[in-house]
Design a protein around this ligand. Structure first.
Ligand SMILES: *[C@@H]1O[C@H](CO)[C@@H](O)[C@H](O)[C@H]1NC(C)=O
Ligand SMILES: *[C@@H]1O[C@H](CO)[C@@H](O)[C@H](O)[C@H]1NC(C)=O
Ligand SMILES: *[C@@H]1O[C@H](CO)[C@@H](O)[C@H](O)[C@H]1NC(C)=O
Ligand SMILES: *[C@@H]1O[C@H](CO)[C@@H](O)[C@H](O)[C@H]1NC(C)=O
Length: 458
């Protein structure tokens, strides 16, 4: 983007927000913050949950519940790294509303869409709130740390040694498709939350579980010897668990990278350093092109779905935080985050005729490899990616996440989540139809991938 049409400049000036693309200087915090503020405004215009009669914490169709959870996590990062608290009230309200009914991010309304990974994205957002000292809810309401602990405790209960020697299933409920699939993102959410709880609280129970999850992923072949992170493994009828779906997504690399950085941070341990280095090397090789983050599996062919479009934004946020936890990685990570921010600024220049309520010239396209042009993709995921890209370089000079010992204020409850009424295994036996459903998804996936297009994974 080399110029800006006067109408856009005028509109931006009236709104007091700079247009993107022209002047973003990724070495200047003020410039990044101004750009981030413009993108954040466009992102939050998608959100209607704070309107009268709407449900706090939900995004309108077609976005799933988990995407909203991830979006509020991005908004907490935004506040932490820029100091702009404009959206804090809505963010707090959303977390409390979705976390409160059962104090564990298991709202009944979401039973049909909620897998372990969906719950995990909300729990990671709560954990981020605790680590950053995001304003705490009033003391008679749910608290961030206790929410993350509740989800951790439920993951422990759902850990399933009977199949594949351990691991969480993708789904919580046997009636949802994907119950017979153990995937890296569900186990990655468990690993990530456990590692961060270990760092925040200093309680060894959490680090023991983090180690256990990571080593199970390696043993079952979901994390390879060179730190590829594969999508998941089907529970075969003979229970051999040999059907590994080898698709690789940037958020899987990121969720383990960030967890490993936490484990390295608290232990200084050589094994965790080796894992962190291996994951970082693999991330750099697979999800960086021309120095810029991209989604290798679906971006070149333009076949990413709404879920997949959001993954590289999470990777950007996890990479940024990794530099705080393992400062030696900054040398390798910072150049990628800067180049990515530069490219994202150039892609956040869209004026789509429909589907975007932010100012003209500020919609974020999806691909950042587009020679500085808006690629026409509009939506929460691409806008959220743009925001993540713009704030990520700020982390280099930002502070490290807090712990209970260094000033964290969130109230915990180590026993939270144990009151879960709905142990999924007690609900009803798995039927042939469930098996067929999960098998069909895997089959469709394989066929679709072989045919050159990717099929849904979440
Ligand atoms: C919802 O939040 C936005 C800020 O993003 C604000 O402009 C709007 O007034 C809020 N709506 C209500 C009903 O509170
Ligand atoms: C569940 O849905 C009802 C009806 O739309 C709504 O009033 C309630 O706030 C929702 N609960 C949550 C936790 O979103
Ligand atoms: C853990 O993080 C803190 C805060 O950034 C940092 O000072 C410390 O060096 C890190 N520990 C290791 C082992 O890198
Ligand atoms: C450590 O965490 C475990 C698991 O939640 C809990 O049972 C235990 O009481 C905790 N220990 C301490 C000292 O807080």
């Amino acid at each position: 983007m080399k110029g800006v049409i006067p109408a856009v400049a005028l509109a931006s000036a009236l709104l007091g927000r700079a247009a993107l693309g022209v002047d973003v200087n990724v070495d200047d915090d003020g410039s990044l913050k101004t750009a981030a503020s413009t993108i954040a405004y466009g992102l939050m215009r998608f959100y209607t949950g704070n309107n009268t009669g709407d449900v706090p914490g939900n995004l309108p169709d077609p976005y799933y519940w988990w995407t909203a959870g991830a979006m509020f996590g991005t908004m907490i990062d935004y506040w932490f790294l820029t100091g702009d608290s404009t959206y804090n009230d809505e963010t707090l309200q959303a977390i409390v509303h979705q976390g409160a009914p059962s104090k564990d991010f298991m709202p009944l309304n979401q039973t049909r869409t909620e897998g372990n990974d969906d719950q995990g994205f909300w729990a990671m957002t709560a954990m981020t709130a605790a680590e950053y000292k995001f304003p705490d809810p009033p003391s008679d309401q749910v608290q961030y740390l206790a929410l993350a602990q509740a989800v951790f405790n439920q993951y422990v209960k759902r850990w399933d040694d009977d199949d594949c020697g351990g691991g969480l299933r993708w789904q919580i409920f046997s009636f949802n498709n994907g119950y017979n699939y153990k995937n890296s993102i569900s186990n990655g959410c468990f690993f990530n939350i456990a590692a961060r709880l270990a760092r925040y609280t200093g309680n060894a129970t959490y680090s023991d579980w983090a180690t256990k999850v990571f080593e199970w992923e390696q043993r079952i072949g979901l994390i390879s010897g060179t730190y590829d992170v594969f999508d998941g493994v089907s529970i075969d009828p003979d229970k051999s668990c040999k059907s590994v779906n080898q698709a690789q997504w940037s958020y899987n690399a990121g969720v383990y990278l960030h967890g490993a950085a936490n484990m390295y941070n608290i232990s200084g341990d050589g094994t965790w350093k080796q894992r962190l280095d291996g994951l970082l090397k693999e991330t750099q090789a697979r999800f960086v092109k021309d120095g810029i983050l991209y989604e290798e599996f679906c971006e070149p062919n333009k076949v990413c779905n709404n879920d997949q479009e959001g993954f590289k934004g999470f990777l950007a946020r996890w990479l940024a935080q990794t530099t705080r936890l393992a400062p030696y990685t900054t040398e390798s990570i910072a150049p990628v985050l800067k180049a990515t921010a530069r490219a994202a600024a150039a892609a956040c220049t869209g004026s789509p005729p429909t589907g975007y309520k932010g100012p003209a010239g500020t919609a974020c396209g999806f691909s950042w490899l587009n020679n500085g042009a808006f690629d026409g993709v509009v939506g929460v995921p691409s806008q959220m990616d743009g925001l993540a890209a713009m704030i990520a370089p700020l982390a280099e000079r930002g502070r490290a996440p807090f712990t209970a010992k260094t000033g964290g204020t969130s109230k915990g409850n180590p026993g939270a989540g144990s009151g879960e009424q709905r142990d999924p295994r007690a609900m009803r036996p798995i039927t042939a139809a469930d098996r067929f459903g999960a098998g069909l998804i895997t089959l469709l996936f394989v066929v679709a991938v072989m045919g050159g297009t990717a099929f849904l994974v979440m």
